[in-house]
Design a protein around this ligand. Sequence first.
Ligand code: ADQ
Length: 463
Amino acid sequence: MPRLVAVSNRVADPRKTAAGGLAVALADALNASGGLWFGTSGQVVERDAGGTPGEAKVHLQRAGEVTLATVALSRDDHDAYYLGYSNGVLWPVFHYRLDLAEFDAGDIDGYRRVNRLFAHKLMPMLRPDDVIWVHDYHLIPLAAELRAIGSTHRIGFFLHIPLPPPLILAAIPQHEWLMRSLFAYDLVGFQSDADLQHFARYVRNEGRAKQRSDDVFHAFGRSVRARAFPIGIDVDEFDALMQGRDAQDTLATMREQYAKRKLLVGVDRLDYSKGLPQRVRAFRRLLERYPENHMSATLIQVASPSREDVDAYADIRRELEGLCGAINGEYGELDWMPVRYIHRTVARKRLPGLYRAARVGLVTPLRDGMNLVAKEYVAAQDPADPGVLVLSRFAGAAEQLGDDALLVNPYDTQGTADAIQHALRMPLDERRARHARLHARIRDHDVHRWHREFLQILKEDLG
Ligand code: ADQ
């Protein structure tokens, strides 16, 4: 069996559970087959590591069946590649937020430089029959850089975030170069059919691509296969976590402390794509319009710190804190605090207990590639007395879960408040029936299927 080489911006120890969808999913793929995982260490060094490929040292570490290979970036490279181009341009534009994109000519140079550095560091470690799987928007041009120095490997790419429609993509000055870079891969995977359609429209209109079959596109002198591979969770792992001591203790504590309340839960990275202020405003509208929820409905919002050195993230944090404080001031009582906002990462082992304690799971991003919290919430429920998932129609997860979650438009405050009220009042029979169908779907589209199908199709010839 060929060795799997996974490449992502950050590398994590696959034996440890980490917050973050990509880390969890990749760890699962690598643990299944063994292999090499290449990326940055997350450390930033005050020297020019990327100026000339060759300076930065690769650090090797063994983690079970997986070899972790990491490089540390220089301050300049980190700022331009990671903060500047990846998170200041690609992340906002790919989430349809042109207003937040900061185009700075210097950053694209850093982005290219680090991708070239990755290629030069990875190439000497490759065996001829390795299969390479590159992840996410930080590394779009990596295959082109590898090809430029002679790689003939099978190389696949998976985009964890949405791909916007062509006219939004076209706001990026280097959009054509980025999209052309995708044709250096053999297989490009997206989270949803909607993203795949955007890709097809872009390459047909802007690249004059010819479609050779349902999923093979020819343009820029190369062919690439493109498909949707909706990512999932490891349902069995989540069940096991739910049975564990930490989750059970968390559940017991929540039940005791909130015995007279109905809990709503949100668990997110603190990111403007997650729709947190909109969610809190919808909760306020719920209290305004449906006073029966006073002294009862309690929103627990956990938001883990994320990219705090990017300006837009500090802004969203301030806005959220202000909103939560205002609601508690306006509606709170000595013995009832409507919103509990916690700016922290909850230990993964405790998460299932928190999810299970909540009557309503609020997953209302303004845009999201998939959103694994939606699937984790479903997995953690007690089938005999399950909670209700309120899900944004703009999350990739809506393509699979839309029929049995309560779908909302997160920009519509009233509509979201009405859906939350519907969820709070939903009879047991209906909750059970919806949950059974949702659970079947998350099991059907789990993380094992995601990487199995991707890697199987990556190994197939284009025909
Ligand atoms: P993220 O934007 O990080 O991932 P998501 O899919 O929700 O979003 O995954 C987050 C993961 O981190 C979940 O496993 C969740 O439990 C955990 N997490 C989030 N906040 C947490 C907190 N406060 N405490 C503890 N754990 C927390 C990107 C894309 C998504 C895509 C994934 C996977 O943006 O759209 O679904 O990659 O492809």
